[in-house]
Write a protein that binds this ligand. Sequence first.
Ligand SMILES: [Cu+2]
Length: 329
Amino acid sequence: MNRIPRAELFAGLLLSLSATAALAHATLERKEASPNAAYRGVVQITHGCDGQPTNRVSVTIPEGVIGAKPMPKPGWTVTTEKGAYARAYPYYHGDIREGVRTITWTGGSLPDDQVDEFTFLARISDAFAPGSTVYFPVEQDCAAGQYRWGEIPAAGQEAHALKSPAPGVRIVAAASGPARAAASSVKAGDLSIETPWMRATPGGAKVAGGYVRVTNTGSQADRLVGASIPLAGRTSIHSMTMEGGVMKMAPVEGGLVIKPGETVELKPGGLHLMFEDLASGPKAGETVEGTLRFERAGTVPVTFSVAPIGAMKPGAPAAAATAPGHHEH
Ligand SMILES: [Cu+2]
């Protein structure tokens, strides 16, 4: 029998890998994102390496994509590598200068004839203009064989022309007008409305808490009298107090007064919006369009960012398990 030199065997293997590769790339489920908005990255692995199961998936978070956090995955170990950003980026309550640059899932085994998803949450900073594309290089390893989905098209080049393209996300302007584009801060008359956010809900939950900070820079009091999101049948404004060691909440009658020069903060454990009769549950990383209704400033469109279940602040990870009996807003 002829002995085939090892180098040729290897070359043959690579060739057959790239033939398959041309048909099914690693992809991201969501192919569009907006500047200054959350992005839920779902890396989809749709085949192994020439029949071999996949046992490592690694995604590179590009410069300008900030605050990345992986979602844990049963059967896999997730690790992250952090590093400094090229510059500081505004992020919720202050600038951030470093964060996760790569996320790697290892230890699982995804058969060639099955598909799976590897999820992370991140924020698209203002570094990208609408019309541009952000690339997230992905490494896929099997016991024998690997793919490096890392090629980025040159200007004018088609991604399809590449053998192993990095998954790309097109940057588009936020959907509806300038008031909604600046998701984290909105001005309405004398009011400055900051960081509207809400919590994701466990499956089947009918209520969700909403939070926001409102500052009155004018000389007359205003009142928050209502709010809405399309998912909710109705929305109330609630206060929360401790009574004999038990948290109690009650509707704020007549609306929530915001005096001149005052900042009113709705936050977990205190004043909150309560979205009720939810048609479906908001998911962490999404944004939800809605309105706040003020007596003087009128109805103001806002975008609520959705934080994980039980998060104590926007963009924060879920808090440790809530104490039994402590209710969920
Ligand atoms: Cu409530």
